[in-house]
Design a binder for this molecule. Structure first.
Ligand code: SAH
Length: 218
């Protein structure tokens, strides 16, 4: 979080990633771009992948899982329109990278990971980097996290044919959820907004994510 940039050999690669992959594709929010310049993406993957950490593609994080391409992480984050005071739920912690980005832009982040080994590793990485406002939980994220609900924003980092109903129930009035919705081969990024008793949804772009497991998953 407060690592001096001159000591970080990846600072220039990270600036280039933000410029060429995120800003050049139309994401203009200065707070969001600054968050992507701060979070050391390489430290969320094995040292063997450091050389590729700022490239324009997803990265393996073990157990057949991946961190999305930087642009997709940025697009999903931007669709939540975070102003700084929100409490956010993420489903699918994986490496913890997306959770760190969310913590740079919101007040409190709860993130749930199905696989205990990934949860433990992400929690250790986030703690080492000083992300005290991220709470990592192990469990089935399709049930949400009732103990900390409701949330101003929910981000689901794995795909299913339907948005799990508990996640919509745990949104505040005016809250937003972003998730890849579809079958195993192809999904569309969807944004849901709760307005009083109604839910509005919008389809953004086609994407490919790993499957969401669990009670309301596949
Ligand atoms: N956001 C992550 C990448 C997520 S990959 C990052 O920044 O690194 C998708 C993750 O969702 C995988 O780690 C997978 O184990 C997890 N997952 C799948 N189904 C889940 C569920 N029902 N609850 C919580 N996590 C789940």
């Amino acid at each position: 979080m407060d690592t001096p940039t001159q000591a970080d050999p990846f600072a220039e690669a990270r600036r280039r990633m933000v410029r060429e992959q995120v800003a050049a594709r139309g994401i203009a929010d200065a707070r969001l771009l600054a968050a992507f310049e701060r979070v050391p993406r390489h430290l969320f993957v094995d040292a063997a992948s450091w050389g590729e950490a700022y490239e324009d593609h997803p990265l393996p994080i073990g157990y057949g899982q991946t961190i999305s391409q930087p642009y997709i992480v940025a697009l999903m984050t931007s669709l939540l329109s975070l102003m700084g005071d929100e409490r956010v739920l993420e489903v699918g912690t994986g490496s913890g990278y997306q959770a760190a980005i969310l913590a740079e832009l919101a007040r409190e982040v709860h993130t749930i990971e199905y696989r205990p080994e990934l949860a433990a590793r992400a929690a250790a990485t986030l703690a080492r980097l000083g992300y005290e406002r991220v709470h990592v939980h192990t469990g089935d994220g399709t049930l949400g996290w009732p103990a900390a609900a409701p949330f101003d924003a929910v981000l689901v980092a794995a795909a299913a044919p339907r948005v799990p109903p508990p996640l919509l129930e745990q949104l505040v009035d005016g809250g937003r959820l972003v998730m890849p919705v579809g079958d195993r081969r192809l999904q569309y990024l969807e944004v849901w907004e709760k307005i009083g008793e109604t839910l509005q949804n919008q389809v953004i772009i086609p994407v490919v994510f790993v499957p969401l497991r669990g009670a309301h998953g596949v």
